[in-house]
Structures are given as C-alpha cells and as structure tokens.
Design a protein. Structure first.
Length: 372
C-alpha cells in the first residue's frame, strides 16, 4: 500500500495513504472495508470437540497395547482380567478427558469475557463499536486503562504512555510521540509514533488511525507463527512409547519361543497357544498408564491452585524437563517489585529477608531481619 513503513510517515501522510481523514471513514466505506479485510480478530485453531478429546485418550501406545491385551483375554476366556484391564483403561481415559475438557471450557469462557468496545470516529462523530468491526483507516481514541484494539499510527497524543511488554518484553511503559522516524528498520519497541494490538495504555490519551487489523497486526503475526509450530511429544511420552514398543517386542519374542518350545516337546497346540497368550498379557504393566495419568493430574491440580491453567496433562511433565530458559532481559522474568535485601544504619548491617514494597508503595510481605 505504501512504499515507506508507517513509522516514517507523518500523520497527514498516513491518512492520505489510507484514504482516510481526521473526521474518519463514512459508514458505507467502513462496511466495504470490513468486507474486504475481514473482522479484526485473531484466527484460532479449531477447538477440539468432546468426542475428539475422548478419542485422543486412546491413541497412546501403552493404551493400545492394553486394549489388545483385553481383547486377547476376552478371547481366551479370562473375563476377570479383561474387566480389570478395561477398568484401568477407562479410568486413565476419564482422568485425561476430565482435565483437558475442563481446560478447554475454561479457555472458552475467558475468550467470551473479552468483548472490548472501542471509540471510533466516523463521519465526524464519535461512536462506540465492537473492536472486531475496526478497519484500516478508522480513527480510534485511546486512553489510560484501555487495551489497544489494533495496530495504528498516532495522530494525537497527550502524555501517552503504553505498556508494550506483551510484544517487546520491556516492562517500562513507552512514551509516545507524533514525529516521524528517519530510519527504515526500527524495532517495535522504538517505534514511538505507533501503537500495537494487545498493548495497554498506562497514562494519557490520544487518537490513532488504524493501519492493520486482525492477523496482519504484529500480534497476529506472532499468532500465525504459534499456530504453525509442530506438535511434538514430551520426553515422558516418548519414553513411555519407547518402553511400550520394547515390552510388546519382548513379549512377542518370549511367547514365540515358549510356543515353539512347547510344540517341540509335543504339547498340544491349543494348550501352548493359550499359554503363550496368557504370558503376553501378563507381561503388560496394566497399571502404569493409570499411575502416570494420576500423577500428572495431581500436578495439574497443584498448578491450578497457583493460577496456572494446564490444557493437557503432559504439559505438567514438560515444565519439569526444562533445562535452559533463553531470555533477553530481566523484565520478562521478574515480578516488577523492589525488595529490600540489607540495611546499613548506625555502623551496623541489618540483613532483611522477605520485606519489600510494590511500585505503588504498599508493603506486601513482612519479613525477618538480623543485625550483623
């Protein structure tokens, strides 16, 4: 649309390129652009239905082996073993389904809670519309406490500061200005004349002309990258699958040897077949999948109590398998809390533990101190 990046253009040039004006778009033009560009929303991968979540509980190698063992037990008349194996498989599926289904419902509920409204100027009048109806060229007003609905070029600012940590990781709010920037390649954190979807206005107010919406925003580009990430198995899943394959191979080899050895000794074929199958079923650790699921479910519940929502149980295990965390700044990891570690007063050093103040100045935790 434009040869120069938005941050190199003046506010007037941006309006010209977008075929907009300080009075905003007309209702007819906004409707036409909405049809052309689509809604200002981030596309999501299709959510799993309850049936697909339930069926996914039976795709693990160990579970498939148990189901085969249950079928064989039923075929040879060991109905008690069949019932016990099926109970374990169903218990494992119920625990996994319950955790994943509740997590999906919680995420859907959170998504429904956020239906932001924005103040937009059209045909010279300000009106409030859903943020999903924004289009490039719209003039939007932003103020303190508001989440930025789409990417835009600022055309008016009054002491405007925006928290862009969601995009840049920088916890300090960025002061915004109107002047165009000279450099063509400028990091997002340094584009002080633009605002971006998902960031939060901390102080001041202003207005901007929308330049990108939906998946064309910087946040949308991140969402696109996340949706193309390959779904890999966790270390525990890989180890369990490998162990299941080894157990199945070992059971087949042992039962084949016993079956052949019995036939060479002159034992009836039917007797040796039942013996070999019984040994194969006995070699499968029926309780292992259920125990793994129970342990992961307990871990997920503990994380929920710490306000961490786990969608899939194996994610609990992956957190414990992390060996290296790569980050470019401390602002991404710290709590943004100033804490007192030691006090030097009257020639003495007072060691302090557990006391500190939040940025607003409220004491959040009393601690202990010792004089050295």
């Amino acid at each position: 649309m434009n040869e120069k990046p938005w941050h190199q253009l003046t506010a007037a040039q941006t309006l010209t390129v977008l075929e907009s004006a300080p009075e905003g778009l007309s209702h007819a033009e906004a409707a036409r652009r909405l049809s052309d560009y689509g809604q200002n929303t981030l596309k999501e991968t299709e959510r799993k239905s309850p049936w697909s979540i339930l069926l996914s509980q039976f795709t693990d190698v160990m579970i498939l082996i148990l189901l085969i063992a249950a079928a064989i037990s039923w075929w040879i008349g060991e109905f008690t073993d069949t019932a016990m194996i099926l109970v374990i498989v169903l218990l494992n599926a119920a625990l996994g389904f319950s955790q994943e289904y509740r997590a999906e419902r919680a995420l859907s509920a959170l998504k429904k809670l956020e239906q932001p409204q924005v103040v937009v100027r059209r045909e010279g009048a300000y009106l409030q519309i859903p943020s999903r109806d924004l289009v490039p060229g719209d003039i939007v007003a932003v103020e303190a406490g508001q989440k930025v609905p789409a990417d835009g070029r600022l055309i008016e600012t009054v002491q405007l500061k925006v928290d862009e940590s969601q995009l840049t990781g920088e916890s300090v709010p960025v002061g915004k200005e109107l002047k165009p920037l000279n450099q063509r390649e400028v990091p997002l954190g340094d584009q002080i004349n633009r605002i971006f979807m998902g960031t939060v206005v901390m102080t001041g107010h202003g207005s901007a002309v929308i330049t990108e919406t939906g998946m064309r925003t910087e946040l949308g580009k991140i969402a696109s990258l996340l949706q193309t990430v390959e779904d890999r198995k966790t270390p525990l899943q890989r180890r369990l699958a490998s162990m299941g394959k080894r157990l199945a191979a070992a059971a087949l080899i042992v039962t084949a040897v016993i079956f052949v050895a019995g036939l060479l000794r002159g034992e009836p074929m039917e007797t040796m077949l039942l013996t070999a199958i019984s040994l194969a079923v006995a070699a499968i650790p029926e309780g292992l999948p259920a125990m793994v699921t129970i342990v992961l479910a307990l871990g997920a519940q503990r994380m929920v109590r710490r306000n961490a929502l786990i969608r899939k149980l194996p994610a609990v295990e992956t957190l414990g398998s992390v060996t290296t965390i790569c980050t470019d700044k401390t602002g991404t990891l710290t709590q943004n809390v100033m804490s007192v570690e030691a006090i030097y007063v009257d020639g003495r050093r007072v060691q302090v533990s557990g006391s500190g103040y939040r940025p607003e100045g409220h004491l959040y935790k009393k601690g202990k101190c010792s004089i050295r």
